[in-house]
Design a protein. Structure first.
Length: 248
């Protein structure tokens, strides 16, 4: 996989994965101290910052937006400036080696990114950065049915062996010192209208920019195959949004 091209495909999109401001705010509604002042928040794997900016507009908080790719963070900084937001700082770092102060954050946020290190590992590693009583808010690929077609079951078990049901994810949270307080699935609009349609519309410009190279065409073909698979099996999986309080 050519990661440079993959970043370039997504860099001009407002979202680098399924989601919406409405879903971000729905998850935030489970945080019982969201109206407090001077909160400290980290948005891990923030991309170009759709969720970061939504949170920054809603919270009285200092938000640290973390991503591995500086190109995404540059766009986030520009968008934050355009929105008149001065409560966001960016941090270029890997989510597996976060240079964050331990026991210091009120909220850790991550939409559609924790799979990069695995849900269980992320839940375990990130806990140390939360204050006791702080909240972990993450969206994670999740089965929405007890039984699934072989095609989609095989695809996700190969692509992300940690894919599971909501009950399995909640057990992981409980086993690692969290008390779940809220959960819901992202709706299909958050996939189709917010993420996939803008991405599809960007394909011709992306291919032209890269002179229809074989690598560029491969990335578009693989992305289209992912979209086709979702449209065929969208009743069987989604992102689950999990909100849990650190209690241990």
């Amino acid at each position: 996989m050519n990661f440079e091209l993959l970043v370039d495909l997504h860099i001009n999109e407002y979202r680098q994965g399924p989601g919406s401001d409405a879903e971000t705010l729905k998850a935030l509604s489970f945080v019982d101290f969201a109206q407090k002042e001077n909160l400290k928040v980290a948005d891990i794997g923030c991309g170009t910052g759709a969720s970061t900016i939504c949170l920054a507009k809603k919270l009285n908080a200092k938000i640290t937006a973390v991503d591995l790719f500086s190109q995404f963070l540059d766009i986030l900084k520009n968008n934050a400036e355009k929105a008149g937001l001065d409560n966001i700082e960016t941090l270029e770092a890997s989510m597996t080696e976060l240079p964050l102060e331990e026991d210091s954050f009120d909220i850790l946020w991550s939409e559609g990114a924790i799979y990069n290190m695995g849900f269980t590992e992320g839940v375990k590693q990130w806990k140390k950065y939360l204050k006791k009583g702080g909240y972990l808010c993450v969206s994670e690929i999740t089965w929405t049915t007890a039984e699934r077609s072989k095609e989609i079951n095989d695809y996700w078990n190969e692509a992300y062996p940690e894919v599971g049901t909501a009950g399995e994810k909640i057990k992981v949270l409980e086993a690692n010192g969290y008390s779940p307080v809220g959960y819901f699935y992202l709706n299909q609009n958050s996939w189709i209208e917010e993420y996939y349609k803008p991405l599809i519309n960007s394909f011709p410009t992306f291919l032209e920019k890269h002179n229809h190279s074989e690598d560029a065409k491969l990335i578009v073909a693989e992305t289209q195959a992912e979209i086709d698979l979702y449209m065929k099996h969208k009743e069987e999986y989604s992102y689950g949004f999990y909100v849990a309080k650190r209690v241990l």
